[in-house]
Design a binder for this molecule. Sequence first.
Ligand SMILES: [Zn+2]
Length: 239
Amino acid sequence: MKATSQTKEEVSLKLLVNKETNKVLFAEAGKDFVDVLFSFLTLPLGTIARLVEKKSSMGPITVGCLNSLYRSVRNLDEECLRTATCKEKLLQPRNSSDCYCKGLKLNIEDTYPTMYFLCSKFDEIFCGEFLSTSIDKKCACGNPLTRRVFLEPLGKGFVKDNATFVITDELIVMPYSMQFSTFAYLQNHGIKSTSSVKKMTVNVTKEKVLQFLSIIWLLFVCWLLYVFSYFHHRFIIVD
Ligand SMILES: [Zn+2]
C-alpha cells in the first residue's frame, strides 16, 4: 500500500515534571532542539515581529511598540524611502547566521534561501572582492553585482552532533554531564523524593517552536515596557 501521509518534522524532548503542580522542572534535549533554541539569538527583531504576528497559533502577539514599529514600516509609502529595497530590508531582514541555520531540523525562518551576488565580471577578471545580498550594488571595479551565488551551509546548526543538554525552567541551557545532579537540582526546587516527579517525552513541531518564540517575545516586550516605565518614573526632565 502506498503511504499518503505527509512527514511532519518533529524533535523529541524529555521532560521531568512535578506530579503535584504539573510544572516542568527541566528538559533533556539533544542537538536538534538546542540548535533551534540557540538560533533564536540570530533572528533580527523584524523577523521575530513578522513570525509571531503572522504565524502564532496562539493568535497574533500585538503587545508593545515593536509590533507597531514593524507595521508602520509595512504601511509606509515607498516614496518616503531612500531606495526601493529599503522596505524589504526592514520587513524581511537577513539573518547573518543563515549558513548555520539552513540545516536546522525545525527551521522557522521563512526568508531562506538568501541569495548573494558577486561581480558580473568575476570570470573574466576574478574580481570577487565583494559579496552582497543586494543586486542593486556595484563592485569596486565599477561593474554591477549581478552574478548570483549560493553559499554552502557552514555545517548544520551550532552544537556538536551527539551532545545532550539540560534546559531549566528559566531557559538556562547546560551540558548534561556527570556534574549535573538531578537529585541536587530537585532538592534546590524543594522536591525531596524522586517519587514526586514523572518523566514525559513530547514531540516538538515547528508550530510549537513558533508558540515558544511568541512567549519569549511577549516576555521580552513586557520587560521592555517595564524598563521604559522605570526610566520614565526615575528621571524627571527639567526644562
Ligand atoms: Zn568587480
